[in-house]
Design a protein around this ligand. Structure first.
Ligand code: URA
Length: 240
């Protein structure tokens, strides 16, 4: 991040004000005066103004029960977004997406590295969904989901786990997050998604007591839980 942006984000002043401070030689990075407002900071840099350390922003991780009917985005010109349910914290964004009509577990954070690791197919973090469907959930259909199906765009999608829960509902675990992936996989095997709910990301489950629209901050231990069982790099994606 640029030095002037970092300082104004930390509430030191407006962009114009912090640029003035920088030009006056009152700002140091790793104890050296920096006069360029566009100076690019790296994560380990220690920034001081008049000798006082300006701490980097605190990382926040929010567990949110997304209700159906809201767009997973920080802003949208046409629809209501999830942001109205969440605390007003600068720089937070949803980790991945749930469709407007989908519900369930969504993590919201200001930590880009964390988000990248959760989303990246390289890390193969499991995402578990409960899907209510129209059509008969046969073992043959579940087997096709487990063996993998080719979606219309050529993406080969495989369920790490697929299991019948009741006459109308199944559980599916995937490790990627392609556009409408679960719905499209379900459609390829001849079923129709009626309701889609994400109930787990990695080792982090949607708490049973939570209701749609509620959120709470994650503890450090819960943040670690997201990566539980996923400490090896595994690339399960392939196309064709
Ligand atoms: N798969 C879908 O089809 N939709 C979602 O929102 C998430 C996964």
């Amino acid at each position: 991040m640029r030095l002037d942006r970092y300082l104004s984000n930390r509430g030191i002043g407006t962009r114009k004000e912090v640029r003035k401070l920088i030009k006056q030689g009152r700002v140091t990075v790793d104890d050296e005066v920096v006069l360029d407002p566009a100076y690019k900071l790296s994560e380990k840099d220690v920034v001081k103004v008049d000798g006082g350390v300006i701490d980097p922003p605190k990382k926040v991780y929010i567990l949110f029960y997304k209700p159906a009917g809201y767009v997973t985005s920080t802003n949208d010109p046409h629809s209501e977004t999830i942001m109205g349910f969440l605390p007003k914290i600068k720089g937070i964004f949803p980790v991945g997406r749930l469709d407007k009509d989908a519900e369930g577990l969504l993590i919201v954070t200001n930590d880009g590295k964390f988000a990248h690791r959760v989303i990246s197919p390289k890390w193969a973090i499991e995402k578990e969904y409960v899907v209510e469907v129209e059509g008969e959930i046969t073992e043959d259909r579940l087997e096709r989901l487990r063996n993998g199906v080719t979606l219309r765009d050529g993406f080969f999608a495989r369920a790490k786990h697929a299991e019948k829960l009741s006459k109308d509902a199944l559980k599916i675990v995937i490790t990627e997050g392609k556009y409408h992936q679960v719905k499209r996989m379900i459609a390829v095997v001849g079923l129709k998604t009626v309701r889609l709910k994400r109930v787990r990301i990695g080792g982090l489950e949607l708490p049973r007591e939570m209701k749609p629209g509620e959120y709470r901050f994650l503890t450090e231990e819960e943040v670690r839980k997201v990566f539980e069982g996923n400490d090896q790099k595994e690339d399960r994606t392939c196309t064709g």
